[in-house]
Structures are given as C-alpha cells and as structure tokens.
Design a protein around this ligand. Structure first.
Ligand SMILES: Cc1cc2nc3c(=O)[nH]c(=O)nc-3n(C[C@H](O)[C@H](O)[C@H](O)COP(=O)(O)OP(=O)(O)OC[C@H]3O[C@@H](n4cnc5c(N)ncnc54)[C@H](O)[C@@H]3O)c2cc1C
Length: 392
C-alpha cells in the first residue's frame, strides 16, 4: 500500500504552479495540481507584459500573444518622453500575453506531462504527519485529506501555504504595490509600444502603464505605494484616464497587489517549497512576476524530484531550492529593491531634469537598468549613490 496519495501536490495553477507541476510530472513523479478557481487564468490580475526571455521557458504560441513590443516610452511629470527601442537583447517588455489563454496553456502542459489537474479545489489546511504532509482540500464543496511527500505553494500573493508551513513572507506596508488596471478600448496609442508614466504627479511610489492588447485596446493601469499617496490608486487612475483617454471605454477592471519586497531569506520549510508571488519572487522595480515565477516553478520541481529520489524532504535538503532561485534571480531582486527604494524617493523636479538630458536620444534597449546607467552618465552627482548597486 502506498504511504501517500501523491509525491507532490502543487497549490495554485498560475505560471509558477503549472511549471512546477509540469517539471515534477516530466520527472515521473505523481503530481496533483489544484486550483481554487473554477477556471484557470480568470480573473486576470496582471498587465501581461513579459520580456523576450520567456522564449527560453516556453514555446511561443500566437494564441497567447496579444501584442509584440518594439519600443517603450517613459513619460516624466513635465511630459518629457524618453524612448527606448527594443532592437537589442534583454528587453524589459517583449510581448503582451493573453493570460486567460496562457495560464490555461501552461496547465495543459502540466496535464500532458502527466499531472492530475483539479479546478475548484482549494487547499484549506496543512499538517505534517510521519515525515509527510496532510493537505486538507475542499473540492466542489467536499472536504477531503490528501497526503503527499512535498507541497509546492504557488498560491500567489495571499499565500496560505506559506503561513501554514511557518515560512516568513510578511509584507510591510511599503513592500506592496496597490494596483488598479482597466482594459480599455477606443483609445489611441502607438502600436507595438508600451508606455510608462513615472513620478509622484502620476503615481506616488510606482508608475502608470499602458500595455497594448491589439487594435485600439490596452491594459491601462497604476501601481502606487499606499503609504506615499493621499489618494487611492483608483482615484489617480481615473484622473489620468479622464485627461488622456476621454473617449475610452473600460471593459474590464483588475484590482490587485504586487509584492515588492526583494529576496526573502528562505522559501522552504520541512516538506514545503514556495514559488512565485507566494515567495515574493516578483521584481520590486518593475512589479513583473511571471518569468521569475516560472523559473522558480521549474527549480522547485527539479528540487522536489531530487528530494524524493533521496527520500529526504526536510528543510535542510530543500534549501537547495533556496540556493538555486537565489543564484538565478535573487541577486537581481536585491539590486532592484535598492534601485526602487532610491527611485521612489526622487522628487518630480529631479526626474524632469534627468529626462531633459535624455530627451530626443534613443536608447537601444528596453532595460530599466540601462536607463539608470544612462542617467548616471548624464547626472553623476545626482545618482552617484546608485553606482555601487548597479555595478554589483
Ligand atoms: C495589476 C497587476 C499587474 C501586473 N502586471 C504584470 C506584468 O505586466 N508582468 C508580469 O510579469 N507580472 C505582472 N504582475 C504580477 C504577476 O501577475 C504575478 O507576479 C504572477 O501572476 C505570479 O504568478 P504565480 O503563479 O506566483 O501566482 P498567481 O498567478 O497569482 O497564481 C496563483 C494561483 O493560486 C490560486 N490559489 C490561491 N490560493 C489557493 C488555494 N488555497 N488553493 C488552490 N489554489 C489557490 C489562485 O487562484 C491563482 O490561480 C502584475 C500583477 C498585478 C496585480
């Protein structure tokens, strides 16, 4: 008789969870992937922008691409525009996805690899028993217990798995961006271009974005640091939309938070690993979390396989996973957290001054890092303190 129902249970079928489940299943493990919603991929809580590096993680399929991005425009408080072209590698944004399709596609890959996928199934409690995990789940109203050797918590920003497992992922008030986004139609913008409005005038502690979603439609959203703003994200976005797209229609609203914490100390406990937003893997500078979530999902999957091969699911074995994600993107999280802390403190006049020096110049790569280096070249005194961070 088997001592467990599954080798691995993955909680949450977002990008991190589906890639974890796919990786484990491809290694021949018995995997259950559970998703609390009745449909994978909806509602979308994302602006859907990803860099071209996604091509290294999944084969691009036209069905989940809304737009391909060739350039980005950064607009400062006095409406100066810095244009960044994407003709070199390392793009900040290369595609705008259709996540309703993308997330389902990834879950299908997990299923094809052999994972069992169950929707409308929530994890509602976790206990450890005889070196394994007992996960309480509610599946279409029915409560049951399933046993596994390892649980991968890919249950997003509000992760319960992290709490149950005792992994500290607490977000302070200034470690979370509060976001509102409208899917808008009947608006004008340059095709294949993403837009970022920066500065306190637009979005204290964050930025406003426009990501194209095909002909005359786009995700227009705002992320702010609530502590830094007297007005709510929605009030600021409504004002922006009234002033810039008075004829636009709103066909969808997204409300959500993005963790901007930087690297956490550990994403593991006995029998448990966290991947993606649950482990605060989103980039603190851009708020992007899809690619890091997928990378973390893959690394958690590989580590789960090795742990099961070794018959050791202890936190000390699973720390291999911490090493792996930290080596992969942990340093970037740390560095971008420091840059974000400096940038959000910068006043609008300084941003205007910096932009004036770059106006009219084309910067050959959509990379925030490149942009900041360019700014330092122009304003060595103003940004000298960022030098060590950027060159580390
Ligand atoms: C407004 C906004 C705009 C964004 N824009 C971008 C962007 O342009 N580019 C980018 O890269 N990132 C963006 N992000 C961040 C990005 O959406 C996340 O980083 C990414 O979705 C994280 O993937 P994940 O798999 O970790 O979690 P999620 O995608 O959040 O998936 C977690 C899944 O777990 C499920 N779940 C939760 N609890 C349970 C439970 N108890 N039992 C079973 N299932 C459960 C949820 O229903 C969900 O499906 C944005 C976020 C917001 C809020």
């Amino acid at each position: 008789m088997k001592d467990v129902d599954y080798d691995v249970i993955v909680v949450g079928a977002g990008p991190a969870g589906s890639i974890s489940a796919k990786t484990c299943a491809e290694k021949g493990l018995d995997v259950l992937l559970i998703e609390k919603r009745q449909e994978i991929g909806v509602p979308v809580r994302c602006a859907e922008g990803v860099g071209k590096e996604i091509e290294m993680l999944v084969k691009i399929d036209k069905r989940f691409i809304s737009a391909e991005i060739e350039k980005a425009k950064i607009i400062t408080p006095n409406n100066a525009t810095i244009e960044l072209s994407a003709d070199k590698a390392g793009n900040e944004v290369g595609y705008v996805l259709e996540r309703k399709i993308f997330d389902r596609y990834l879950a299908k890959l997990a299923s094809k690899a052999g994972a069992e996928v169950r929707v409308k199934t929530s994890a509602i409690g976790l206990e450890r028993e005889n070196g394994c995990v007992k996960l309480k789940i509610r599946s279409i109203g029915e409560v049951e217990e399933v046993k596994a050797r390892i649980v991968i918590g890919a249950d997003g920003i509000e992760s319960k798995v992290a709490k149950w497992a005792g992994i500290d992922t607490t977000l302070k008030l200034d470690e979370i961006e509060s976001c509102v986004q409208y899917l808008m139609t009947n608006i004008e913008f340059e095709e294949n271009t993403t837009y970022f409005w920066i500065g306190k005038k637009f979005a204290p502690g964050g930025y406003i974005w426009l990501f194209p979603k095909g002909e005359d439609a786009a995700n227009v959203g705002i992320g702010i640091m609530p502590k830094m703003s007297e007005k709510s994200a929605k009030i600021l976005l409504d004002k922006f939309v009234r002033e810039n797209f008075p004829d636009g229609n709103i066909t969808e609203i997204v409300i959500g938070g993005v963790p901007v914490k930087g690297a956490i100390e550990t994403a593991v406990a006995d029998n448990v690993m966290l991947a993606g937003d649950s482990a605060r893997h989103a980039d603190p500078l851009t708020g992007g979390g899809i690619i890091n979530g997928m990378r973390a999902g893959y690394l958690a999957g590989i580590t789960a396989y090795e742990a099961i091969e070794a018959g050791d699911y202890s936190a000390s074995f699973l720390r291999k996973y911490d090493e792996r994600w930290k080596n992969d993107f942990g340093k970037t999280l740390e560095r971008n957290k420091k840059i974000q802390e400096k940038l959000i403190k910068m006043d609008d006049e300084t941003l205007n001054k910096l932009a004036r020096s770059l106006e009219g110049k084309r910067i050959g790569e959509i990379s925030v890092r490149k942009l900041v280096i360019e700014l330092i070249k122009n304003h060595p005194k103003l940004l000298w303190d960022l030098k060590d961070i950027l060159l580390s």
